[in-house]
Structures are given as structure tokens and as C-alpha cells.
Ligand binder design. Structure first.
Ligand code: AMP
Ligand code: MG
Length: 190
């Protein structure tokens, strides 16, 4: 298996997808190609085809065993991909029955990540970004609960490191400092 496999995580609205896209552009310019795969999209394709949901934000309210099966299938599909791969996903997903690990052991063994990155920002900034985002059905959540979710994600990331030996990196994505986040991410991916 060749290539570098980097799993990029962060709470909804932290700006993962933006940081990923911008850092990929930078690296492509340096002759370092990455393919970005969105784990949620992979799950959604199956969930939609099976008539389980109509939009991606409904998936986290599905029965947890259904979510885990969708997750297993997505992990398997992504695990088979070759080359430098970025997986855009979540260290944990907030569901009505608690935090669901985004990368349980059976998903990690398929994905074989070299690194897990946590994209983090100030919880108040994340709250504001969610309120400004009309394109998604973000769950109503206060800043304290966003802070808790980011803390839980660090705990899960440590577990992923212990399970696979992958390294864990934190990249901050602060307001007006997207360039800093992109440079930090590019450094991780080089
Ligand atoms: P996103 O577009 O990254 O917010 O992902 C959309 C949805 O996909 C999330 O709200 C979750 O329901 C689901 N999802 C993404 N990654 C995972 C994962 N690793 N495990 C379980 N569900 C996931
Ligand atoms: Mg996203």
C-alpha cells in the first residue's frame, strides 16, 4: 500500500472542508497530489439509495446500529482506495444516544491512517459559523456543548492513536486566520 492516509476531523462548522480544499490546492501546486474523500458522503450514498434518509444531516439520528453498518461499508470502500488520501470525517458524532465513535476499531483497521488531525476553533466562533450557514441543518447547540464535543473528540483521537500507532495533530482554524490553518494543514500533509 503506497501513499499517505490522513484522517481529518472536527466538529460540524469548524471549517474542515474549507481547510482541506485550500491545503490541497497548495499541495497540488507543489506536485503533491491528494484525493479527498468525504466519509459522510460515502455513508449518505448508501443511506439514500436504501431510502433511509433524504439529507445528510438526518443520518446522525438513525438507529445507532444502522449508522454503524453505513460506517462499516464506508470504511471498507475508502480503505480500498490507493494513493495519498484525505478522509474528511468526525472523531465522534453527536447522536441522541451519545457520542458515536467516528472511527471504531473495525473502521480503523480498514482505513489504516498514518495520522489523525483535529481541526479546532474557539467554541463561540463555531457557534457563529453554524448560525451563518444556511446550507446545512446544524443541530441547535450552545457553546458549552460545542466545547464538550471538542474535548470528547480529543479523547477519541487519543484512543485512535493507541489503537493504530497513528500520530495525532491539532490544527487551529481561527476567524480571519484561514491562511494559518491552511499552512499548518499543508505542513501536516507534505
Ligand atoms: P459532514 O458533512 O462531515 O458533517 O458529515 C455528514 C454526516 O455524516 C455526519 O453528521 C454523520 O452523520 C456522518 N458521518 C461522517 N463521518 C462519520 C463517521 N466517521 N462515523 C459515523 N458517521 C459519520
Ligand atoms: Mg464538511
Amino acid at each position: 500500500m503506497s501513499g499517505k492516509r490522513v484522517v481529518i476531523t472536527g466538529v460540524p462548522g469548524v471549517g474542515k472542508t474549507t481547510v482541506i480544499e485550500e491545503s490541497m490546492k497548495r499541495l497540488a501546486g507543489e506536485g503533491i497530489p491528494y484525493k479527498a474523500v468525504n466519509f459522510g458522503t460515502c455513508m449518505f450514498e448508501t443511506a439514500k439509495a436504501e431510502g433511509k434518509v433524504e439529507d445528510r444531516d438526518q443520518m446522525r439520528t438513525l438507529d445507532k446500529d444502522v449508522q454503524k453498518e453505513l460506517q462499516r461499508l464506508a470504511g471498507k470502500r475508502i480503505g480500498e482506495m490507493e494513493g495519498n488520501i484525505i478522509v474528511d470525517t468526525h472523531a465522534s458524532v453527536k447522536t441522541p444516544v451519545g457520542y458515536l465513535p467516528g472511527l471504531p476499531a473495525w473502521v480503523l483497521t480498514e482505513l489504516k491512517p498514518d495520522m489523525v488531525v483535529l481541526v479546532e476553533a474557539d467554541e463561540d466562533q463555531i457557534l457563529m459559523r453554524r448560525m451563518d450557514d444556511e446550507s446545512r441543518r446544524r443541530d441547535p447547540e450552545g457553546s458549552r456543548s460545542i466545547a464538550e464535543h471538542q474535548g470528547i473528540n480529543r479523547a477519541f483521537a487519543a484512543a485512535y492513536g493507541m489503537l493504530t500507532g497513528c500520530t495525532v495533530q491539532v490544527v487551529r482554524n481561527e476567524n480571519y486566520l484561514l491562511d494559518h490553518a491552511v499552512e499548518a494543514m499543508a505542513r501536516v500533509l507534505r
